[in-house]
Design a protein around this ligand. Sequence first.
Ligand SMILES: [Cu+2]
Length: 194
Amino acid sequence: MKKISAIFAIILFGIQAFLRAEAAELVFEVKDASGKPLPETVIAIFDGKAPAETTSGTAKIIQKNKQFNPGVAVVQTGAAINFPNEDSVRHHVYSFSPAKKFEIKLYSGVATNPIVFDKAGVVSLGCNIHDSMVGFIYVVDTPYFAKTDANGKAVINVPAGNLVYQVWPAGRLKFAIEQNLKVDSSEVVKVNLP
Ligand SMILES: [Cu+2]
């Protein structure tokens, strides 16, 4: 019985090693110019292949306390986003960005049809009623993306190989860094913004 489980363990180890060769987990650690961890930063990774259609389903950007939540969102091109209003005041959400121009009048507690973001780029969100409401949607042509957490970290599972990553700090309309990365196995990628 012991022998059999030992053989099983070897087989499982072999399968894991094989899988590891195909895919890798990248942990990004992003710091600003002063060395402070940078949250709310979008990382997008490209493997040079045409991405499959997004399967992420409908995302949500909630309006609550006169803020967009999340204030920075990242989705793959083709993704749909709902904008439910959880405030008791009305919001009038709009974007004039070339990547997606739209406008929706929202009423408290009423969901609208989701908006489909079919073009890569940065979409700046505003509200006609409340000038202080600002949000950003990063629409990326890849299924490999994430946003850094409060500690400036983001984890992305990618295929091994020659990749390119972009780093988009919150609110920026162009990436701050674009870099080649040859990935053989899981690793930590330290990014220091200029
Ligand atoms: Cu508003």
